[in-house]
Design a protein around this ligand. Structure first.
Ligand code: URA
Length: 240
């Protein structure tokens, strides 16, 4: 149960004072009845948007929320860096929710593709946990033709990246054509895919994440678009 005014403030509808005014003005309706008591206790679950409206519009989904986004090129996954942020692509209210939304791991500014955004810390940590080895697949185009040795080098589990002390876990390379390949990795080291190709004397020109575990980037999501992932779909990232 949550106090109505706190619930709406946490969903980004305004300060506690502002949402109290909204409630007093009769703009909040639950199960067809106007709610006038800011202190009312509300049962909160995923069905809330079917039951509650704010100014006649379904309330935003409560936490926990998982979004799947097609990250466009040129935006950062950081809350702090300069420039356009992935969070700027979300509605303003979603940017000020509490608990806040974070990306599940990061993609470089110049990487596109599948990214998850969530306010569910437990889900986030399960996905990025180094113990789980959730596989991530990247489609990459390269500056130079593959020479045919890369697959074996990446699969060996012995490749050492510059400045690191532990070799990479085995990764799977699937060649698409002489300058295009899919690479599946089960770790999330800094700039890992770019550094792996650099380690074999190549250079990544474009990088696009297609898949995390059993979850594939939906084909109908254009760059910059996102949608809410129902829990069962979000959990497919843990499917082998
Ligand atoms: N590897 C990279 O080099 N960059 C990414 O964005 C993701 C994986």
């Amino acid at each position: 149960m949550a106090r109505l005014d706190r619930l709406l403030a946490n969903l980004g509808y305004g300060s506690r004072k502002e949402v109290q005014a909204l409630i007093a003005a009769g703009k909040v309706v639950l199960d067809g009845k106007v709610l006038k008591d800011a202190g009312a206790r509300i049962a909160v679950d995923a069905t809330l948007p079917e039951r509650m409206t704010i100014r006649g519009v379904a309330v935003d989904p409560p936490a926990p929320l998982v979004l799947v986004m097609h990250k466009p090129l040129g935006v950062t996954c950081s809350h702090k860096e300069d420039g356009q942020k992935i969070y700027d692509l979300l509605p303003r209210r979603w940017q000020i929710r509490d608990p806040g939304l974070s990306t599940v791991g990061r993609l470089d500014k110049e990487t596109s593709g599948l990214i998850l955004i969530t306010d569910d810390g437990d889900f986030l940590h399960r996905v990025i946990s180094p113990k789980r080895h959730v596989p991530k697949t990247y489609l990459t185009s390269l500056d130079r033709p593959l020479d045919g040795t890369e697959g074996e080098i990446f699969a060996a589990g012995t490749l050492m990246l510059d400045g690191e002390e532990k070799p990479l876990l085995p990764a799977q390379l699937d060649v698409v054509d002489e300058k295009t390949a899919r690479l599946t990795i089960t770790e999330g080291r800094y700039h890992q895919v770019r550094r792996m190709f650099a380690a074999v004397g190549n250079h990544v020109v474009t990088l696009h994440r297609e898949r995390i575990g059993g979850l594939v980037l939906p084909a109908d999501l254009e760059p910059g678009q996102y949608r809410i992932l129902p829990t069962a779909e979000a959990e497919t990232v843990f499917d082998a």
